[in-house]
Design a protein. Sequence first.
Length: 149
Amino acid sequence: MKNSLLILLVAAGLGAFAFQKKQPSTERTERITVTGGIKFSKIRVEKAMEEAKASGKLIFIDVHTTWCGPCKEMARTTFQSDEVGKVFNKKFVNLKIDAENDPDGKDIVRTFGVTAYPTLLFLNAEGKLVKKLVGKQSEEKLLSIANSL
């Protein structure tokens, strides 16, 4: 009798767990901010093009992957620089796109011939490539490029 009651309680608990409602996934419309550095928008490229046209800015895209060491290092260092943030937030609509998991990832990789990570893309408001950098970049290099565009 004790065993039957225990089995019944365990089964009830597992059943309740199995029928919990999953939280709906959020679309890429929210903004994420890296404190003190670049403010990255989690929006689709098409929306970024609209924002760039309206604001007169260019588009900056950090194309990365979850397994890329230099990508993670840039996210922790270069992209958090106050100076880089000031310049990039003023001049660009900034996007971080995971090449393998984000909705625009595969299209970006194909369209711009991305073969290594990180790849940093600078686009005009029409989505045309202005500048492409491959590999980890220093603060100085990013600032130099940004100020030349």
